[in-house]
Design a protein around this ligand. Structure first.
Ligand code: G3I
Length: 396
């Protein structure tokens, strides 16, 4: 008869200038080491205290296996259960995060997992900081919904990614149908971005979202059609002026592998840098399809980081054609692992965010009715094989 026992990962040797097992490794006024001995992870507890903790490993131990001493710890019979944020940080990344939305914050079991910083130490508001939500009429700003998500993140000690200042979708009609001239629209963009980023100081920001078509040409948005590429410069400069400490990104989809669109993004970054326009990062959304993860992801991430910007995977999900089958779930697990491994392999790829963590709140079925099951937890908040794929992608 098999019994189940929770044991911890192997204790490894002490290293100089690193905090030891269970010791403090951070917090306000902390002057000691901020990294832990190998195998232990410096884990945020509050702004006053971080502690070296071990990811827990879940073993099934057969009665015939000797269990009495640490020298006979058995080989795990299945994938260790660890937190995604913990394994991401152990791999040198800043965060593993999730998007969320205000209505979901009334779902207690969902919220309990979202606020678990072993799984998620970063949050992106999926809708509540977009233009329509924050400046529904010209010069009138409403921050209530965004503030609620910021409060959630702050209460849990999670990083926040602002999403987004300038996008062609979810615009209020006063912007999309305003027929403004070039100078006026530039001024409107300037006011919107500086007010938004100024309100949410100290964040990572998707300042410009989805500026390109898939062939690498500029998207014919109200912004590009009126100002040419200048709206990008104006938005980034306004964001930097409003908060010199914010990390400023341009974010897009279908730039996961090397292609015309990712080349256009790289050229834009080069051009902005040549003009001294502030740009800190490229966001690769990564709304992907099971079995179709581009093979050139790592090379593509490297082409961005070689330009002197960081990269983040900002909206990861990997959808399948329904119904769900074991074969599709296994392929999805491999695909998640491939994406995470590509980010892990490049030090300038700083973090990964899933576009919500559970199929219960995925955007996919509303847009692609025959597809779904794109996230690492299913609609009952049960982990899918994809979860293990993410862990495996981060592990050495
Ligand atoms: O808030 C209204 C609600 O009052 C109304 O009853 C309901 C009826 O349909 O609609 C609600 O608005 C919806 C909104 O999400 C909030 O749930 C919109 O119809 C719906 O279009 C909107 O979808 C969002 C989509 O962006 C819009 O383009 C998704 O939630 C959001 O996840 C998705 O996120 C985008 C990223 O911002 C950019 N990258 C792609 C990604 C997926 O499309």
């Amino acid at each position: 008869m098999a019994s189940k026992l929770l044991v911890f990962a192997t204790l490894l040797e002490f290293a100089v200038a690193q905090s030891g097992a269970w010791s403090q490794c951070g917090g306000i006024d902390w002057g000691g080491p901020t990294t832990c001995i190998p195998g232990w992870i410096c884990t945020y507890s509050s702004s006053w205290y971080s502690q070296c903790l071990r990811p827990m490993v879940d073993y099934d131990i057969d009665d015939t296996t000797p269990t009495s001493t640490t020298s006979s710890i058995p080989t795990p019979s299945r994938t260790p259960t660890v937190g995604l944020a913990l394994v991401a940080q152990a791999a040198g990344k800043l965060y593993f995060g999730s998007a969320t939305d205000n209505p979901e914050l009334n779902d207690a079991p969902y919220v309990a997992l979202l606020g678990d910083t072993m799984e998620f130490n970063q949050i992106t508001p999926g809708n509540s900081m977009k233009w329509g939500a924050t400046e529904p009429s010209r010069g009138t700003f409403t921050f209530t919904k965004g503030d609620a998500i910021v409060k959630f993140a702050q209460d849990n000690g999670q990083l926040l990614r602002g999403h987004n200042c300038v996008w062609h979708r979810q615009l209020p009609s006063w912007v999309s149908s305003g027929n403004f001239d070039n100078a006026t629209l530039q001024s409107i963009v300037q006011t919107h971005c500086s007010t938004l980023v100024g309100h949410y100081k100290g964040q990572i920001w998707d300042v410009v979202n989805e500026p390109f078509n898939d062939d690498g040409t500029w998207r014919a948005s109200i912004f590009y059609n009126t100002t040419g590429p200048s709206f990008v410069n104006v938005a980034l400069q306004a964001a930097r002026a409003a908060d010199p400490n914010a990390k400023l990104y341009i974010n897009d989809y279908n730039i996961e592998g090397t292609c015309a669109k990712s080349a256009a993004m790289a050229n834009l970054v080069k051009s902005l840098k040549a003009q001294d326009v502030p740009i800190d990062g490229v966001g690769i959304q990564a709304h992907l399809i099971v079995g179709q993860v581009p093979s050139t992801m790592q090379e593509n991430i490297e082409q961005f980081t070689a330009l002197g910007v960081e990269v983040a995977i900002t909206e990861l999900d990997i959808r399948m054609t329904l119904p769900v089958t074991d074969a599709l779930l296994q392929q999805q697990k491999k695909d998640y692992q491939t994406v995470i491994a590509a980010c892990k392999a490049v030090s300038g790829c700083v973090g990964v965010t899933v576009w919500d963590y559970t199929d219960k709140y995925s955007w996919i079925p509303s847009v692609y009715p025959t597809q779904g099951a794109a996230l690492p937890w299913d609609a009952n908040l049960t982990k899918k094989p994809a979860y293990d794929g993410i862990v495996a992608g981060f592990l050495p």
